[in-house]
Design a protein around this ligand. Structure first.
Ligand SMILES: Cc1ncc(COP(=O)(O)O)c(C=O)c1O
Length: 463
């Protein structure tokens, strides 16, 4: 999920952007009559005409309505085919409806969906997560958001401390404690757009800049911090990669101050079969994930060390275990676990990543080629099967730098232009993700369309 980006300088003439955008809106509306019809009907029964409010933010006067999706493509209700480089912002990183997961789900639906009892699948999945990510003990939720909510509660519970540290411009789902940011003077404040916070986030949260080791040390030395909740690389404000040594410092400082280190791998799973943690040898105390791990069937998971598990077990009475704020009736249900088992063991395999990672590079190579052919001061970041370009010459090192490089109008144009030519990018970002079903031809189609748009914009590149 995204964060709003302010308008920024991109070296592109805004009037050229406005002119091209108007033409793309016109094209979009002319070629999507059936989506418009459904949207008009939808508006009478859903606020904004969408099943979830943020879907109004897709570029275009109305969203594209999907007829069917398969592998790396989907078809809309007007019959257009799209290369899906958004893939449900990772929920469909497996490709849409991967055959093995679909077969398992079909079968499981007829054999029981939920019963509040464990199945053998839960054991197999936990064993597989341990093999991939290194943490020995696992629990299951219905979303990554829930996994993050639960581990924050546990962290506060076992440490007796009230705050968590997050990075500026992070996103970890709709988790109250994470809707905080830094103001100009470096104070933790409620984040722009924060809807109905239960308390001032400064009460619960200490925000530090990504890659700011001194800031991190100041926060942890306060003695108020239960846990650091961190993506290994920021992925929701553009991609911001860690400086060499940042993760080592994060681990050393959290250990020194007895603060739990929670790594959220929901998006950085793109780095490889064991996520960024596996690819770079991180040693978190707790790990969270969701989205792709059950092929799109709702599922989340969190893993922990034996030590964290012992601390939790020693502090919670059996009698209270269902009423303390951890759980959910459907969490760990038969269907989610069956889908997770097949997705992890048969779909998101080492071999699949062997195909996805080079495709991520191929996509970024195509973007880099366009950027350099037109002499634009932009750069493209790579995170395994994921890539993202930013309107700034150097890779941003902090969330604030990435946010300052954003340009909402230009992004809307890039998204609408590519959409009109059969390519869906991750909304509100310039991000693309490769699935096991994505092909080189899919990637090359993006390279072609991206280059074509730059050609139409470049007349306005300023000296
Ligand atoms: C890093 C990260 N963690 C957690 C989440 C929450 O995922 P969900 O909305 O599926 O619960 C997101 C969503 O975008 C995310 O990017």
């Amino acid at each position: 999920m995204p964060s709003p980006l302010p308008a920024g300088s991109t070296s592109i003439d805004p009037s050229r952007v406005a002119e091209l955008t108007a033409a793309e809106h016109d094209l979009f509306e002319r070629t999507h009559p059936r989506s418009r019809e459904l949207f008009e009907r939808a508006r009478t029964v859903m606020p904004g005409g969408v099943p979830m409010s943020w879907m109004v933010k897709w570029p275009g006067a109305f969203p594209v309505f999907v007829a069917e999706a398969s592998g790396a493509h989907f078809r809309d209700v007007d019959g257009h085919d799209y290369v899906d480089l958004c893939l449900g912002d990772t929920g469909a990183m497996t490709g849409h409806s991967p055959e093995p997961t679909v077969a398992t789900v079909r079968e499981q639906v007829g054999r029981g969906i939920t019963s509040m009892l464990p199945t053998e699948d839960s054991v197999v999945v936990a064993e597989e997560l341990r093999r991939r990510f290194g943490l020995p003990l696992w629990q299951f939720t219905l979303s990554a958001t829930d996994a993050n909510r639960h581990v924050i509660r546990y962290a506060r519970h076992v440490t007796g401390r009230r705050k968590i540290v997050v990075h500026d411009h992070c996103y970890h789902g709709s988790v109250d404690e994470t809707f905080a940011g830094l103001d100009a003077s470096g104070r933790t404040v409620s984040r722009r757009g924060n809807i109905g916070p239960p308390v001032d986030p400064a009460e619960t949260t200490w925000v530090v800049e990504f890659n700011d080791i001194d800031g991190l040390e100041r926060a942890l030395a306060s003695g108020e911090v239960a846990a650091v909740l961190a993506e290994p690389a920021l992925t929701n404000v553009g991609i911001v990669l860690p400086d060499p040594g940042y993760h080592e410092a994060l681990r050393e400082l959290t250990r020194r101050h007895d603060v739990l280190l929670v790594v959220d791998e929901t998006h950085t799973l793109s780095a490889g079969p064991g996520g960024y943690t596996g690819a770079h040898g991180l040693e978190p105390d707790i790990m969270t994930m969701g989205k792709a791990i059950a092929g799109g069937i709702p599922a989340g998971a969190f893993g922990m060390t034996e030590e964290v598990s012992d601390r939790i077990n020693a502090s919670i009475e059996l009698e209270d275990i269902d009423v303390g704020g951890i759980g959910g009736t459907l969490a760990g249900n038969q269907l989610s676990l069956a889908a997770m088992r097949t997705t992890l063991i048969e779909v998101l395999t080492d071999e699949a990543f062997g195909r996805m990672l080079p495709l991520g590079d191929r996509w970024a190579d195509g973007v880099d080629a366009g950027i350099s052919a037109y002499g634009l001061p932009w750069n493209c970041a790579r995170l395994g099967a994921r890539g993202e370009y930013t309107f700034t010459p150097d890779a941003p090192r902090t969330g604030a730098q990435a946010a300052a490089a954003g340009d909402f109008e230009l992004e809307q144009l890039l998204h609408l232009y590519t959409l009109n030519r059969g390519i869906l990018l991750t909304p509100f970002h310039n991000m693309a993700l490769m699935s096991p079903a994505t092909t080189e031809a899919d990637v090359d189609r993006h390279t072609e369309v991206f280059g074509e748009l730059l050609g139409r914009l470049v007349g306005s590149v300023q000296a």
